[in-house]
Ligand binder design. Structure first.
Ligand code: ATP
Length: 297
């Protein structure tokens, strides 16, 4: 188990992470989300033992991460810093041997991953000759080459196209199935909704949202009603509990305070002609985030 216990990190007077606590168990995919500067990378550096928390502690199976257990961990750092003048094969031999792996095992696994990522032809190419996306795949492979039991991924999906995002997700899911713990960060809140079950959203080092995504959404009472058809915006806006109405090209979104308001909106919709479709949707994670951060300031 990975335990972040009341961790606080100061850089001078700046509180980068403020009393953060969470646990990750084998088979969990845990998302650490937040806008730029929220404290995600600082948290990962504390997990990896590269930074000592000013207060609190971070424990991996009850111990700090250090030389004795780091071979079980894979870390993909946010800065895409690979050694660009050497080949993919040389780089992987270097990283793998740092993790006490034999060259034979490293090369077997490298062949497997290059094939899975569809980049077999780059094995003997220099890193600098690879596209940004392919360099990202190599960086990811360097984090998983040791078959980690804990996989720490700082912005793994940043800059990836949808097909490669799916590819990364499928590999991460395989690690989940074999019981690894996965912690990843992202600044794209809605992007990860279907990917992780449990998350923390940080803003300036403080937790603003935490828990299982389904519960976070259920606890947030506000909802959206999407309507396709002819409605009168002013009438919708006048319904008590409707706090905003947005007109898009071919749909109208009525934002409502809670599900009781939906009935009043439906009663009005039933009086309209030419309604093709209407649906209630839960608020997105970004909407919840904006609502919570707005309330705090
Ligand atoms: P991003 O999404 O932009 O990578 P992040 O959520 O990873 O951001 P951190 O890199 O952890 O955020 O930074 C948290 C805060 O700590 C920011 O205000 C940042 O400027 C500050 N910070 C980070 N590293 C240092 C450092 N070495 N010295 C001083 N301040 C730092």
């Amino acid at each position: 188990m990975l335990e972040v216990k009341n961790a606080r990190m100061l850089y001078g007077n700046l509180v980068a992470v403020d009393h953060l606590s969470f646990q990750v168990k084998p088979g969990d995919i845990f998302g650490l989300l937040g806008t730029n500067g929220a404290g995600k990378t600082t948290t990962f550096r504390m997990i990896m033992g590269l930074l000592d928390p000013t207060e609190g502690e971070v424990l991996y199976h009850g111990e700090k991460v250090g030389y004795h257990n780091v071979n079980e961990i894979g870390y993909m750092i946010e800065e895409r810093s690979l050694l660009t003048k050497i080949t993919v094969k040389e780089l992987m031999l270097y990283f793998g041997q740092l993790k006490d792996m034999s060259p034979k095992v490293i090369l077997e696994r490298l062949d497997y991953w290059l094939d899975r990522f569809g980049i077999v032809e780059y094995k003997n190419k220099k890193i600098k000759e690879l596209s940004k996306g392919n360099q990202q795949k190599i960086q990811f492979i360097s984090a998983i080459i040791n078959n980690p039991k804990l996989l720490v991924l700082d912005e793994p999906f940043s800059g990836l196209d949808p097909i490669n995002t799916e590819l990364f997700v499928s590999v991460i899911r395989d690690f989940q199935k074999q019981g690894s713990m996965i912690v990843f960060s992202s600044h794209q809140l809605d992007h990860v909704e279907s990917f992780c079950e449990e998350l923390i959203v940080l803003e300036k080092g403080k937790v603003v949202i935490e828990g299982r995504i389904d519960k976070v959404k259920k606890d947030f009472k506000k909802q959206n009603i999407k309507i396709i058809g002819d409605v009168d915006i002013k009438t919708l806006e006048a319904i008590p509990g409707v706090y905003k109405v947005i007109e898009n090209k071919n749909q109208v979104i009525a934002k409502i305070e809670n599900e009781e308001v939906a009935k009043r909106v439906f009663d009005y919709i039933k009086t309209c002609e030419n309604i093709t479709k209407y649906d209630v949707e839960q608020a997105s994670l970004s909407e919840i985030f904006i609502a919570k951060v707005g309330q705090r300031s």
